[in-house]
Design a protein around this ligand. Structure first.
Ligand code: MN
Length: 285
């Protein structure tokens, strides 16, 4: 199932080039009082919501996908985890290009040495909202990445069990200011995490370790790879991250970017595609 969020907080079921407005399925979610849960309610109750979507979908209004503004499929992740230098050829380009590593020693070590890092949840947008360049005087790059969303509470999960904790997959853009500061700062301005175009439930992606991914800017292809080249795959990232902290439903993990990162600026149009997930268009302002 492909589940999107669009417009003013509406829920959609994606079918080809159409989307069914199944917002009424959100009625199965519990109503909350303060303090709110530390997870994303939609993802935490995805099985319930999914059953409701299947029940009401056939009668739900149909809209052309091209006419809706796509939001992040996860509205309230507790954390956004990201993997640095997780493709060998990207690590090689970081090491060899001073405009990318910017003299930052943190950029020339392996992911096994670096571990993962966190991005601010306030950086999260959907493709329809676009990227707003925060520091126009600084080099700002696209990074296309397979993203996955945690479906149930995970702590100290082994890699052999890990895929059972994944609710689904999406395309992630880890927009990055190059420079000397900590990654969590340079990658966390508003709109610097794009997630979309929808959540593809895990049952539709039996092997996340064999997906073609690519990104183009203004029609020119900049990055093209396959997730088989990930140094730490989805299962290994769940094992690593859950060994340090508990993962909660709705937590988003960006798996890292392949080689070919390059600058973007206002006016650019990004198109990113990952096999079995889809394609999303993102404007840069
Ligand atoms: Mn990245």
């Amino acid at each position: 199932m492909r589940v999107c969020r669009f417009g003013e907080g509406r829920l959609g079921l994606v079918e080809g080039q159409s989307v069914r407005d199944v917002t009424a399925a959100l009625d199965v979610l519990p109503s909350y009082r303060y303090p709110l849960p530390g997870h994303d309610p939609l993802v935490a109750h995805l099985a319930l919501v999914r059953a409701r979507i299947e029940a009401i979908g056939p009668q739900a209004p149909v809209l052309p996908l091209s006419e809706v503004t796509l939001l992040s499929p996860v509205a309230n992740p507790g954390k956004i985890i990201a993997a640095p230098v997780n493709y060998q050829k990207h690590l090689d380009e970081v090491k060899s290009d001073s405009q990318i590593h910017a003299g930052n020693p943190a950029h020339t070590i392996t992911i096994q040495q670096a571990g993962v890092f966190l991005k601010a949840t306030s950086s999260l947008v959907g493709p329809g909202e676009g990227i707003v360049v925060r520091k126009p005087d600084r080099r700002t790059d696209h990074e296309v990445e397979l993203a996955f969303v945690i479906g149930r509470t995970a702590s100290n999960v082994s890699r052999s069990e890990a895929l059972g904790y994944v609710a689904g997959y999406a395309i992630g853009l880890d927009v990055t200011i190059r420079g000397s500061e900590d990654r969590s700062l340079r990658k966390s301005p508003d709109s610097y995490t794009v997630l979309g175009p929808w959540l593809v439930t895990a049952d539709e992606v039996p092997d996340p370790g064999s997906l073609d991914l690519e990104i183009s800017v203004n029609g020119e292809r900049r990055q093209q790879s396959n997730t088989k080249y990930l140094i730490l795959g989805v299962a290994e990232l769940v094992e690593l991250a859950s060994s340090f902290y508990t993962l909660h439903p709705g937590d988003v993990v960006l798996t890292g970017t392949p080689e070919g990162v390059s600058p973007i600026g206002p006016g650019d149009r990004i198109v990113a595609t990952i096999a079995r997930i889809g394609t999303m268009e993102v404007e840069v302002r």
